[in-house]
Design a protein around this ligand. Structure first.
Ligand code: SAM
Length: 293
């Protein structure tokens, strides 16, 4: 039996033997609590028929637990210094592939086809995310054509609240909508900062995302819909109308088209975007397309 990586002592010993320190700029806070790792894998319901993608394996604490449960694990790590460490810590597992790349520059679809022996197996994403890029990573994942059977990710608590926020609340925004468009979000559990080496200065939460039921109305264009989420919340305290003319143009012709679209969608221009549900946004987007914006 291979001993777990995730203890404070073993983590330190591995770091020392490779002569490396964690880099704050890369969001390197390594989990050293084996129970939390096991709970993350359980939240992902990882089975031996699943392909699993991990973002930021670090020295392999979570990767190892995933390798023991999954069919295959594909992990993307940006930090070159960690590659020899992972070669060493993952040596006992023949179902792990490490790719030394920035996740934000990766084409997930082609990586999946290249690295998994059965690219059509159920696909899960399980990761303790680098917190400085949580939102860009989630947006990339949610906007890609890759369909995950579930996503279980750790992030800072404040961002986690935005993922599962209710319409009209202060946490509700473009990230909430991007998530809701594809997934149902639930908070799995929270994690104290003491579970990491070094301790981050925020508490963390595990969010579980599962594919949502099909939408009643579909958008004409997904990219434009995602852009409209952002436009709506450009200035949170401003009206929808103000954010729309700032984004699309203030000339008379544009104002006419915007007015027509809002009327068509039965949305009051003076409302704030935080009052609009996902369905409202889709209706508005379709009306904007129809009126030629
Ligand atoms: N999975 C390990 C754990 O749970 O202990 C480490 C998690 S640590 C919070 C985040 C990891 O993401 C670090 O290993 C860091 O080097 C890596 N990382 C940071 N930016 C990245 C990027 N753009 N692409 C891929 N990995 C990145």
């Amino acid at each position: 039996d291979v001993p777990d990586i995730a203890t404070p002592m073993r983590t330190q010993a591995i770091m020392n033997s490779f002569g490396i320190n964690t880099k704050k700029s890369l969001g390197q806070n390594f989990l050293t609590d084996i129970n939390i790792l096991k709970n993350i894998v359980a939240a992902g319901d990882v089975k031996d028929t699943d392909n699993v993608i991990e973002i930021g394996p670090g020295i392999g604490a979570l990767t190892e637990q995933l390798a023991r449960s999954a069919k295959e694990v594909l992990a993307f790590e940006i930090d070159d210094r960690l590659i020899p460490v992972l070669d060493h810590t993952m040596a006992p597992y023949d179902n792990v592939t490490i790719v030394n790349q920035d996740i934000l520059k990766v084409d997930l679809e082609s990586e999946i086809k290249t690295h998994f022996s059965n690219p059509d197996a159920p696909l899960k994403l399980v990761a303790n995310l680098p917190y400085y890029i949580t939102t860009p990573i989630l947006m990339q994942v949610l906007q890609s054509d890759v369909k995950f059977d579930n996503i279980v990710v750790m992030m800072q608590k404040e961002v986690a609240s935005r993922l599962s926020a209710e319409v009209g609340t202060k946490d509700y925004g473009s990230l909430t909508l991007a998530v809701q468009y594809r997934m149902n979000a639930t908070l799995a559990f929270t994690v104290s900062r003491t579970a990491f080496v070094p301790n981050p200065n925020v508490d963390s939460a595990i969010i579980s995302l599962t594919p949502r039921e099909p939408l009643a109305v579909l958008p004409h264009n997904e990219q434009q819909l995602f852009n409209l989420f952002k436009v709506g919340f450009t200035m949170r305290r401003k009206t929808l109308w103000n954010n729309l003319i700032t984004a699309f143009g203030k000339d008379d012709d544009m104002k006419e088209k915007l007015t027509a679209a809002l009327e068509d969608a039965a949305i009051e221009p003076r409302i704030r975007a935080e009052k609009l549900s996902l369905e409202d946004f889709i209706t508005l987007h379709n009306a904007l397309v129809k009126s030629g914006v």
